[in-house]
Design a binder for this molecule. Structure first.
Ligand code: C5P
Length: 278
């Protein structure tokens, strides 16, 4: 038996940095969505844990113990498997590639061996984005990533474009460059987010507080944002996570696909189109 688990790209539709803990981690208030673009994890029973990496973005993925798939698998040591990571997402890109791979690995091993998932604290230890990736659906994320509140109603299947300028922006450097660390959170009660117009109107009044420091480190992010904003039907262009990937929101998946066509062809840019998952 082989199980396949999708590891969708994580998109921070908003990301407010609201404080800083004594240990240096930052408090966040973020509306997180997942999209139909992502990696895959395949798992089959095997006497010991092993990992192979395939797919268009396999190059450069570390195969040592720092690999988040292997670290996640290490939390389920009683459930060995031959794992294949089919890599489509760029790494260190603000769309939770590694975190989503780790969460998909936990789901795959749990299904393969009918084994329980690890404790929430252990999951958080893999990375601040892994708990939300394990939830795998539209959530409001708080704390440093451990407070997960699934949205009351599923997000609409809006079209989304992802663009990465091919620059690695290390997350710690972006947090370090952040000037103000106690920004306002989102409103306590979120409005209904059931269609394109209200989603775009709400998000336009929110922010990604990491956008300015990330742009200072990698000015190409500004070019990406301007290019996305100029595409037909784009309701919002924003950076995800600590960058450098930026996203555009569209009313339909077809509109996103057309926008992606218009954005392709720039040297070094990674462009993908899909839809927001419920
Ligand atoms: O947990 P993760 O490995 O994703 O975090 C990478 C780095 O990002 C941390 O070492 C920290 O510098 C920064 N970070 C933060 N506050 C968060 C999440 C990450 O300061 N909530």
């Amino acid at each position: 038996m082989t199980v396949r688990e999708f590891a969708p790209a994580k998109i921070n539709l908003s990301l407010h940095v609201t404080g800083r803990r004594a240990d240096g981690y930052h408090l966040l208030d973020s509306l997180v969505a997942f999209c139909s673009v992502g990696d895959w994890i395949l798992a089959g029973k095997a006497p010991e844990m092993r990992l192979a990496v395939a797919g268009p973005r396999a190059e450069g993925v570390p195969l040592g113990p720092e690999n988040l798939v292997l670290r996640a698998a290490g939390l389920m040591a009683g459930a060995p498997a031959a794992l294949t990571l089919e890599k489509h997402l760029p790494a260190a890109a603000g769309i939770g590639g590694g975190s989503s791979d780790a969460a998909a690995t936990l789901r795959a091993l749990s299904r393969l061996h009918d084994a329980p998932l690890p404790a929430p604290e252990a999951v958080l230890g893999l990375g601040a984005d892994v708990p939300v990736c394990l939830a795998g659906r539209g959530c409001r994320m708080g704390g440093i990533g451990e407070r997960i509140a699934p949205l009351e109603a599923p997000l609409p299947p809006l079209g989304v474009v992802l663009v990465n300028p091919g620059i690695d922006v290390p997350t710690p450097a972006v947090f370090k460059a952040l000037a103000v660390r106690d920004n306002a959170p989102m409103p306590e009660a979120l409005p209904p987010l059931r269609a394109f117009d209200p989603v775009v109107a709400f998000l336009a009044a929110q922010r990604n507080d990491l956008e300015a420091p990330a742009r200072a480190i990698a000015p190409a992010i500004g070019e990406v944002l301007a290019a996305i904003a100029a595409t037909k039907g784009c309701g919002l262009a924003r950076m995800s996570g600590s960058g450098a990937t930026c996203f555009g929101l569209y009313e339909t998946e077809a509109a996103a696909a057309s926008a992606a066509e218009a954005l392709r062809g720039r040297s070094g840019w990674w462009v993908a189109a899909g839809r927001i998952l419920p």
